[in-house]
Design a protein around this ligand. Structure first.
Ligand SMILES: Cc1cc2nc3c(=O)[nH]c(=O)nc-3n(C[C@H](O)[C@H](O)[C@H](O)COP(=O)(O)O)c2cc1C
Length: 259
C-alpha cells in the first residue's frame, strides 16, 4: 500500500467482523500506519476522504450482504484511483460477492487492491453452540486476518474476479425476495418483559432504525436480520418466536457502541 492512513469502514452484527477488522487495524498500527475505524451506519459515504486508503468490512448474508450495506456502497462518491480493500466474514459460502463488489467499486474509480473472505462462527440462530469449536474458528479467522493485512502491506494481496454465476447469485440476493423474507421473519421478534431493562441499547444498535421504544421495544417490520439486537442485548431479552437457539455473540454491545 502506498498511503499510510487507512479509513476502515465496517458493519458487524454479532461482532465477528469487528474482531477481524480490529485484528487487521492492530497490525497496520504496529507497522506504523494510522487507522481510523468507522461504523458504516454512522457515516455519510459522501464524506469519504479520497486521500486515504479505504478498508471495508462486513458479514455475508443471504449469499451476498445486507441490503443497507449495498445501499451504502452505491452512494460512494466517485474516486480517482483511491486504493480500497475489503474483508468479509461468513459461516460457509458467500456466492462470490467479491466479484460484484469489485465491479461496483471499479466503476466508481477506486483501485481495488485486495479482498478476503474469512470463516467465523455462524450467528443466525446457531442452535446449540459448541464453544470449543467457535474458539478454534475465531483464532483461525484472526490468524488469517493478520496474514491478509500483511499481504496488503507487502502489495501481495489480490482481488480476484468471480464467474458470471456470482453476478447472478448476487442479483438474486439483492432483489426484494430475500429481504422481504427476512422482514417477515423479523415481525416474529419478541421481547421478554421479565428480562428487558428498557435500556434503549437495542435501539442504538439497530443499523436501520427498525426498533422503537414504547414502554418496551417494538419492531417496525423492516428488519434485515443482522442479529445485532438479539446477539448484543445485555439481558438477552430479545428472541424470535418459534426459534429455539443459543445466542451467539463475539463482543459485548458496549465495545461496538464506543466506536
Ligand atoms: C441473516 C443472515 C444470513 C447469513 N447468510 C450467510 C450466507 O449466505 N453464507 C454464509 O456463509 N454465512 C451467512 N451468515 C453467517 C454470517 O455471515 C457469519 O456468521 C458472520 O461472520 C457474522 O458476522 P458479524 O458477527 O460481524 O455480523 C448469515 C448470517 C445472518 C444473520
Amino acid at each position: 500500500m502506498s498511503i499510510k492512513t487507512i479509513d476502515f469502514y465496517f458493519f458487524s452484527g454479532s461482532g465477528n467482523t469487528y474482531l477481524v477488522v480490529k485484528e487487521m487495524a492492530d497490525l497496520f498500527k504496529e507497522e506504523g500506519m494510522e487507522v481510523n475505524l468507522f461504523r458504516i451506519e454512522n457515516v455519510n459515504p459522501e464524506d469519504f476522504d479520497s486521500s486515504h486508503t479505504i478498508g471495508i468490512g462486513f458479514p455475508v448474508a443471504a449469499q451476498s450482504t445486507y441490503k443497507f450495506i449495498w445501499d451504502f456502497f452505491e452512494k460512494l462518491p466517485d474516486a480517482q484511483g483511491t486504493e480500497i480493500f475489503m474483508v468479509d466474514t461468513l459461516a460457509q459460502i458467500s456466492g462470490g460477492l467479491v466479484g460484484p463488489m469489485k465491479k461496483l467499486l471499479q466503476k466508481r474509480g477506486y483501485k481495488t487492491i485486495g479482498s478476503k473472505e474469512i470463516k467465523m462462527p455462524g450467528n443466525w440462530f446457531p442452535g446449540e453452540i459448541n464453544e470449543t469449536k467457535n474458539k478454534e474458528l475465531i483464532s483461525g479467522g484472526l490468524k488469517e486476518a493478520r496474514e491478509y493485512a500483511k499481504s496488503l502491506i507487502d502489495g501481495q494481496a489480490e482481488w480476484k474476479s468471480q464467474s458470471f454465476f456470482s453476478d447472478l447469485i448476487c442479483s438474486v440476493s439483492r432483489s426484494g425476495f430475500a429481504w422481504n423474507f427476512f422482514a417477515k421473519m423479523g415481525k416474529k421478534f419478541q421481547v421478554d418483559r421479565d428480562k428487558c431493562k428498557q435500556c434503549n441499547i437495542c435501539i442504538k444498535l439497530c443499523p436501520i432504525g427498525n426498533i422503537e421504544m414504547n414502554d418496551y421495544p417494538e419492531f417496525l417490520g423492516k428488519c434485515q436480520q443482522c442479529m445485532r439486537c438479539i446477539s448484543l442485548c445485555p439481558t438477552e431479552a430479545i428472541y424470535m418466536k418459534g426459534k429455539n437457539s443459543d445466542i451467539y455473540r463475539a463482543v459485548k454491545a458496549g465495545e461496538l457502541l464506543k466506536i
